[in-house]
Design a protein around this ligand. Structure first.
Ligand SMILES: Cc1cc2nc3c(=O)[nH]c(=O)nc-3n(C[C@H](O)[C@H](O)[C@H](O)COP(=O)(O)OP(=O)(O)OC[C@H]3O[C@@H](n4cnc5c(N)ncnc54)[C@H](O)[C@@H]3O)c2cc1C
Ligand code: FES
Ligand code: FES
Length: 1241
């Protein structure tokens, strides 16, 4: 029951979390559900903008009209806690736990190896759980769609889908043995296995065991009727119950925003720093949540969510004849590509209309069909407004007045003579905003193809959704025939200009899309006219595919690996697909990451003052306004650094911890605010005034080359006689190829908690880093204290991929400085946008080449280039320092080589061929690695304690970031000591246990740490040997106990360094690698097959997981992920909203991975091979498959010969490479004649 506070101003917020009632007397409207759930670490913050799904929870409410409980998945990072009144929230902790038993959803995800770093895992669990609460036996297709709003950067999605497929109605109880699971395309050799999981033993799903909906919420209507007022620090929240109350409030506060899903307002307040002092939540006003069928169509209240619209329209398709529901069909199809479930479940239709985004997906449809709105205000009363070309008045302005509310919208029925469709093109098909979208309607004269009305509305072409009215008028009376297409294209080209350099960029592409969409519509209508027996020309068969809706078959896969030798002891886990050591904790939401460490006494939060210029002198910094803000404790800058204010990942003193005089990139740290909460620290940091003197930045590689801006003299590697080679060549090809950078997009952003320990300057640092030793070293230098006072501890990372190898130090060191100055614990976990602006990514790469055909094409081995010279320049630009990223520079280097020379050969040459004499890979890998400032130390340590009870605590120098390193190390120790893996535990990585460690990077960690672990175990076994000899039949525990009584040391360290590796650029001699990994991939449109050599796999489940994950990440690099920066160095890509990594829907429909049988490797632990990075490059097979397909399309258009396709091959690049009559209308203006909106770095 809502109770007003004694002063009658603030209501009590009542809701349930995991069955427990929450009563909040001081609800803060700006607090999200995620922030409120802080004590429940399972719900994760991955982006804060509804784009990753890490924060997914299930919200349940009682629908009194339908008399049923409705469950929906929700992004807790966007849902205001105030909107939870009367609801029941279920988090991952609420469905199962390690202690009391996992829920089947949790159990199956863990068993299917679907959790690597585990950061995305709880969100994915909750999406699946919600689906099963609504539909206990979904189809595979429904199940696969449930994850449109979830991202995972580690797994490549296949194992997650495999695990959850066991819940679907198509899944057979025979499990993996089911005949349908036999992949006829895959040949399986003897001695190999294809079962990473045995599904038959799963605990069955029993919906009766699920937590019940709180009876109080079902029985008490009052929660829905309460008029609520929540007064916060800066915002007041009202929830009226009646329309009259709502209109009163809107009259009283005309500037107030109505908030329903908060999927726009939340973003505006957090990222665009908008201030809305009054928010009105009309989610419980009956008129706004009503759905009515009228003569004209279906009328949806303004607060009706998009999921409900989808549901109602699908029901309407069953109820009304097809021709009447053509608008409904198009809206359903558009909603299929509108965000993910979590957003559609809360976002309302009026929210989409009134936001008036130029790329709204619904507004083009509403305009094209002339949807009718009823709007209402206390002063103006009720009026009808049609959505047409006059509806949008300007950027985010509509014909609905400020004091009016949208009561409802009517989606019209279509007459028999009306045809309707919607189109959307985005970077990623699922959960992405549109590049261009459109709604299209045509009405014909009775029984003819003569146009009575044409209505086209486009999004993404101007500052509002637009209708090309002149075109639409001119075509009335025309026949629906091929000549019409030409004329409409000409008219649209004239009527929808887009200046070069327009916001959003991709101008020629966007303009081409407007025509391509119309052409699709033309063909689709033509086909429909035929089915209605209206005379019209036939759609040619080669255009038929343009008229069908996108369809994807459920995914299939196989994983084949070598079985362990028949005699291998049962307890010996090496070579077996052991589950991830932390999987159970991760699926239960119990795995602890930095931000889950409970708040410490006196803890402060750090908010960084970042440069918003790419290159500038700092004239002045004034933190006075910030210091006066609530909760702010201090401001620190370079003056507060007791020791060195500079450090360098590759070059000593290469960058400043706090910029003192000059900033060299956007996002560089100038200072930091310390405050009581994150929000206070961030707001205050934004208020620090920095005055700059701007300098001309160098942003792109080309600019750096022009300016001669390099980090150091170039490195060159050559072999053979290049000049002679050119002389012998029939043809010499010259050109250049560009590969874009890539954002790491680990799901856990950079995080640190620095805790001063008071005595002797001691400090404990919990850091999300791949490099504890370097973190310790830089912090000690900055604080001017010996390294022995600093302990850096790493439990696990929510992904790293190289991004936390050195860049974590940029954030951990200021925390240490602040903690040292104030003597209080200091924490940071960056928001996604901060992380993307500040932390750097994979280096972009530009290759200029001159190659000789004959020399290449006549070589025996496609990869063997007898005469070659490669020179690598490392460009110095004013963009955030780039860093290691899975594969270092290898993929970029290899991509260029393939691009230049091997494109025709495809992946075939990898199969079974000896690569070790291949100069290219060696040369390029090394050259590119050097370009990455790579400083790899190849040594590792371990520490093994055996306790009296026989349990073993293992510590090694590597960091667990999802790659299964700890699991593999346990397997190594298990075999080395001859004890079951269950007796061995790894707690964390710490500089106080294993010092001077190498970064966990470069795929070398299992090799190095594995050997160090093995060495330590060998030492211990040698020490135990006399005891074992004396009691050969004894148990491990007996031997350990006996050793203890004989005072044998049961603790030891291990050490290992890779022998004899190094390379000298001067002489061009040396052995840069210990051994080579081989792999091959073959991709066609819907299928990928990978064969990979991992030696004798330590753990096939982990190795296959790494291959699939790396391949998918590489797919992003090659095909999707485009880092966008303005010519002045402003980063546009700041989160999942505008930087698209592959989602669930992007993996190959058929994805087969085979670990090469019979491979051995004497140079690494138990004959295994490194796995983290090498498979990434195999995704280039998709790039080349796409290039092949483009070649075919170009050939159809009469275009032959070479063409340029840079990576990533985004939809824009692919479309523009497939030149045709539409793209040719929009030639690219010459470089230098305009300022592009974003540049190719
Ligand atoms: C991750 C993510 C993905 C998205 N994907 C898409 C996408 O694919 N396509 C797309 O088009 N959009 C997308 N959006 C944008 C957004 O989800 C939609 O615009 C959504 O419909 C907004 O609804 P809401 O209820 O959340 O609006 P809110 O944020 O609650 O409100 C938005 C605006 O509408 C006004 N408003 C709300 N109701 C009324 C009313 N009854 N009368 C008058 N004014 C009203 C509010 O005052 C406010 O100005 C996405 C957003 C996110 C965060
Ligand atoms: S944290 Fe909520 S969706 Fe990413
Ligand atoms: S396991 Fe999914 S992001 Fe790491």
């Amino acid at each position: 029951m809502s109770v007003e506070n004694p002063d009658g101003t603030s209501s009590e917020l009542v809701f349930f979390v995991n069955g427990k009632k929450v009563l909040e007397k001081h609800a803060e409207p700006e607090t999200t559900l995620l922030q409120y759930l802080l004590g429940l670490p399972g719900t994760k913050l991955g982006c804060g903008e509804g784009g990753c799904g890490a924060c997914t929870v299930m919200v349940s409410r009682y629908d009194r009209e339908a008399q049923t409980v409705r469950h929906f998945s929700v992004n807790a990072c966007l849902a205001p806690v105030c909107s939870m009144h009367g609801m029941a929230v279920t988090t991952v902790e609420g469905i199962g736990s390690v202690k009391h038993g996992l829920h089947p959803v949790q159990e199956r995800l863990a068993a299917s190896h679907g959790s690597q770093c585990g950061f995305c895992t709880p969100g994915i669990i909750m999406s699946m759980y919600t689906l099963l609460r609504n539909n206990p036996q979904p189809s595979i297709a429904t199940m696969e769609k449930a994850f449109e709003g979830n991202l995972c950067r580690c797994t490549g999605y296949r194992p997650i889908l495999d695990g959850f497929r066991t819940f679907t109605k198509e899944y057979c109880q025979m499990g993996e043995n089911c005949c349908r699971n036999k992949n006829n395309n895959q040949k399986q050799e003897e001695g190999t296995a294809s079962r990473l999981v045995n599904g038959v033993d799963y605990v069955p799903l029993d919906p009766s065991q699920d937590p019940i909906f709180p009876p109080e919420l079902r029985n008490t209507e009052q929660y829905d009727r309460d008029y609520l007022v929540y007064r916060g620090e800066r915002v007041t929240w009202y929830r009226p119950h009646t329309l009259a109350e709502l209109l009163d409030l809107k009259s009283q506060f005309p500037d107030a925003k109505l908030v329903i899903g908060n999927t726009e307002i939340g973003i505006e307040m957090k990222f665009k720093k908008m201030k809305y002092p009054v928010l009105i939540n009309p989610s419980h006003v009956p008129e706004l949540v009503k759905v009515e069928h009228t003569e004209a169509g279906i009328r949806f209240g303004g607060s009706v969510t998009l999921s409900r619209i989808d549901e109602e329209l699908k029901l309407a398709l069953e109820k009304y004849p097809d021709q009447q529901t053509r608008v409904f069909t198009a809206v359903i199809e558009m909603l299929r590509w509108f965000a993910g479930y979590q957003i559609r479940n809360v976002a309302a239709v009026a929210g989409n209309i009134i936001t008036a985004s130029p790329i709204s997906d619904l507004n083009p449809l509403f305009l094209a069909c002339g949807a009718m709105l009823q709007v209402h205000s206390k002063e103006r009363g009720l009026r009808e407004v049609q959505m047409n070309e006059k509806f949008f008045l300007g950027y985010r302005r509509t014909a609905v007045n400020q004091d009016e509310i949208v009561l409802n919208i009517t989606l019209p029925f279509t007459a028999k003579t009306k045809y309707f469709a919607g189109y959307k093109q985005a970077y990623r098909r699922e959960d992405d905003i549109a590049t261009v979208n459109a709604g299209m309607l045509v009405e014909f004269e009775d029984n003819s193809n003569v146009i009575k009305e044409l209505s086209l509305a486009y999004g993404g072409m101007a500052i509002t959704t637009v209708m090309p009215t002149r075109t639409l008028t001119e075509v009335v009376g025309r026949h629906w025939d091929d000549r019409l297409v030409d004329d409409v294209c000409r008219l649209l080209t004239e009527e929808m200009p887009l200046a070069a350099g327009s916001p959003g960029g991709m101008v020629e592409y966007r303009r081409s899309l407007t025509l391509s969409f119309f052409f699709k519509f033309y063909l689709t209508v033509q086909q429909q006219l035929q089915t209605m027996h209206i005379p019209t020309s036939k759609v040619p068969s080669y255009f038929q595919s343009a008229t069908t809706l996108f369809h994807k078959d459920p995914s299939r896969s196989s994983q084949i690996f070598q079985e362990v030798a028949p005699g291998q002891l049962q307890q010996d886990p090496v070579g077996r697909p052991l589950g991830h050591f932390s999987a159970a904790k991760q699926v239960a939401g119990e795995a602890i990451y930095i931000d889950d460490i409970p708040k410490m006494h006196n803890e402060l939060y750090i908010g960084f003052v970042m440069s918003n210029k790419a290159y500038a002198n700092i004239i002045s910094v004034d933190p006075s306004a910030a210091l006066a803000m609530p909760g702010v404790v201090d401001y620190i800058c370079h003056k507060d650094v007791p020791g060195h204010n500079s450090w360098g990942a590759a070059v000593q003193d290469d960058e400043e911890i706090f910029a003192s005089k000059q900033v060299l990139t956007q996002g560089q740290i100038i200072g930091a605010i310390l405050a009581e909460t994150q929000a206070q620290a961030q707001r205050a940091a934004d208020s620090v005034k920095v005055e700059y003197e701007e300098l001309e930045p160098v942003i792109t590689i080309k600019e750096a080359i022009k300016a001669g801006s390099y980090h150091r003299p170039p490195n060159s590697i050559s072999c053979g006689d290049v000049e002679a080679g050119f002389q012998q060549a029939d043809h010499v090809l010259e050109g250049e190829s560009h590969m874009g950078g890539q954002e790491h997009f680990y799901l856990e952003d950079h995080a640190t908690l620095a805790v001063p320990r008071g005595e002797d300057g001691e400090m404990e640092m919990f850091v999300a880093t791949q490099n504890p030793s370097e973190t310790q070293h830089v912090a000690a230098e900055a604080l001017d204290i010996p390294a022995n006072r600093i302990v850096v501890r790493v439990k696990r990372l929510g992904g790293g991929f190289g991004g936390k190898e050195t860049r974590s130090i940029v954030f951990s060191t200021p925390c240490a400085i602040a903690a040292n100055k104030l003597g209080r614990p200091v924490r940071v976990m960056l928001d996604r946008d901060e992380d993307m602006v500040m932390s750097g990514g994979r280096h972009p790469f530009l290759a200029r080449y001159k190659v000789m055909d004959r020399a290449l094409f006549h070589s025996d081995n496609a990869y063997k280039i007898p005469n070659m010279k490669v020179t690598g320049y490392v460009c110095k630009t004013n963009t955030p320092s780039n860093t290691a990223f899975r594969g270092f520079g290898g993929p970029q280097g290899m991509m260029m080589i393939r691009e230049l020379n091997l494109y025709q050969e495809g992946d075939r040459t990898h199969f079974g061929q000896e690569l070790s004499p291949c100069f290219i890979q060696k040369c390029f890998d090394e050259c590119v690695k050097q370009s990455d400032f790579l400083r790899r130390k190849t040594e590792a340590g371990s520490l093994v304690h055996i306790y009296q009870d026989g349990s073993v605590l293992l510590t090694h120098g590597g960091v667990e970031m999802g790659q299964g390193l700890h699991t593999k190390m346990i397997q190594v120790a298990s075999r080395a000591l001859g004890i079951p893996a269950s007796k061995i535990h790894i707690s964390e990585t710490g500089t106080n246990t294993v010092p001077n460690t190498s970064a966990t990077a470069a795929s070398a960690s299992s090799d190095l740490n594995g050997m160090a672990v093995m060495n330590a175990c060998k030492t211990l076994l040698e020490r135990l040997e006399p005891v074992m000899r004396d009691n050969p039949k004894g148990t491990w525990e007996e031997w350990v106990k006996a050793a203890y009584f004989r005072r044998i040391g049961l603790s030891t360290t291990g050490f290992y360094k890779t022998p004899g590796i190094g390379f000298d650029f001067e002489s061009g001699k040396g052995k840069p690698f210990n051994y080579f990994s081989y792999g091959a991939a073959c991709s066609e449109v819907l299928r990928t097959d990978i064969v990979f050599d991992v030696g004798l796999s330590l753990n096939p489940a982990i190795d296959i997981g790494q291959i699939e994950g790396a391949f998918t990440q590489g797919y992003g690099l090659m095909m999707m992920e485009q880092v966008k920066m303005s010519p002045k160095g402003f980063m546009f890509t700041r989160g999942p909203g505008n930087y698209k990594i592959p989602g669930f829907g992007d993996i190959p429909v058929e994805f087969n991975v085979t670990l090469l049988k019979g491979s051995v490797n004497e140079k690494a632990v138990y004959s295994s091979k490194a796995i983290g990075e090498p498979p990434l490059f195999l995704s280039s097979s998709v790039f080349f498959a796409a290039k092949e397909a483009i070649s075919a399309a170009r050939a159809d258009a009469g275009l032959h010969g070479n063409f340029r396709l840079d990576s990533p091959a985004t939809p824009e690049r692919i479309r523009m490479a497939c030149e045709d009559q539409f793209t040719q209308r929009f030639p690219k203006p010459e470089e230098g004649t305009y300022t592009p909106w974003f540049v190719d770095l």
